[in-house]
Design a protein around this ligand. Structure first.
Ligand code: 6PG
Length: 255
């Protein structure tokens, strides 16, 4: 099997009945990861993905009593990527997280680290890299290790704002990149693969029929050149959280 030949570990996959339950499960994983990490460390760092998938989870985290004990004052929130649009726009990943989560929980402003979209494109990437270097107290050449990173995947297999065949996928000496792409096609800012793969815990969350084909492809052909297949944490753990619709092709494929 390709996976063994290339020493790619078997993935942990959680299949939930529907998108609601997938959001609930992801929120529970976040809550447990934070609780475990904060028993050993003063702060917990998380990088949130963008797009529409995380919104259900944001709404649960900000409203469900089960999650009211999450110590947001000890959690620092970053983003895996951002679209270079004003934060009031619906395309803004930070703006959506603010509307669905941040405005409804008590989290100190200094714990929130949005990408600087008001800066010129490449300056924004450099500024975020500097912010990461300062926050994680990193000397040159080292990369941050987020306690938890949430990622979605596009139907084309992109993650964050790392799109198939994009030169940004080759970056090994920077934490952040200024790119263009996606739907809507926009200037974007994104973490690079060395940062993503340095995370301690990675949750890839895919729901809905539109993700069935890409999920089956990535799991059945882990050595393919799609960005989502390049998520291979060096020391961390990766869990795929999918609903039955996104898993429908994979579950019915010949094993
Ligand atoms: C972005 C996201 C992106 C997203 C996928 C899935 O800014 O576009 O970070 O990587 O996770 O495109 O998006 P949906 O959740 O909307 O399907």
């Amino acid at each position: 099997m390709e996976r063994q030949a290339r020493n790619i570990p078997e993935p942990d996959i959680a299949v939930l009945r529907d998108g609601e339950r997938a959001a609930w499960f992801t929120a529970c994983l976040l809550q447990r990861a934070a609780s475990e990490a904060l028993s050993q460390a003063p702060v917990f760092t998380i990088a949130l993905s963008g797009g529409s998938t995380p919104m259900k989870m944001f709404d649960l985290l900000s409203t469900a009593p089960q999650f009211s004990n999450i110590p947001w004052d000890r959690i620092h929130i970053f983003w895996t990527d951002e679209r270079c649009v004003p934060t009031h726009k619906q395309e803004s990943n930070y703006g959506n997280a603010k509307r669905h989560l941040l405005d409804k929980i008590s989290v100190p402003l200094e714990n929130i680290h949005p990408w600087p979209v008001s800066l010129p494109h490449t300056e924004g990437a450099e500024a975020y890299e500097n912010e990461l270097r300062t926050f994680f107290r990193l000397s040159k050449g080292l990369f941050p290790a987020f306690d938890l990173m949430l990622l979605g995947a596009g139907t084309d297999g992109h993650i964050a704002s790392l799109f198939p065949q994009d030169p940004a996928l080759e970056i090994q000496d920077k934490m952040a990149a200024a790119v263009e792409g996606g739907t809507p096609f926009l200037k974007r800012l994104t973490l690079t693969l060395p940062v993503i793969n340095n995370s301690k815990r990675l949750l890839l969350v895919l729901t809905g029929m539109s993700k069935a084909k890409i999920f089956a492809k990535i799991i059945s052909d882990p050595a393919c050149d799609l960005p989502a297949a390049m998520v291979r944490p060096l020391n961390g753990k990766i869990i795929w959280v999918v609903d039955r619709k996104a898993a429908s092709i994979f579950l019915h494929a010949d094993c």
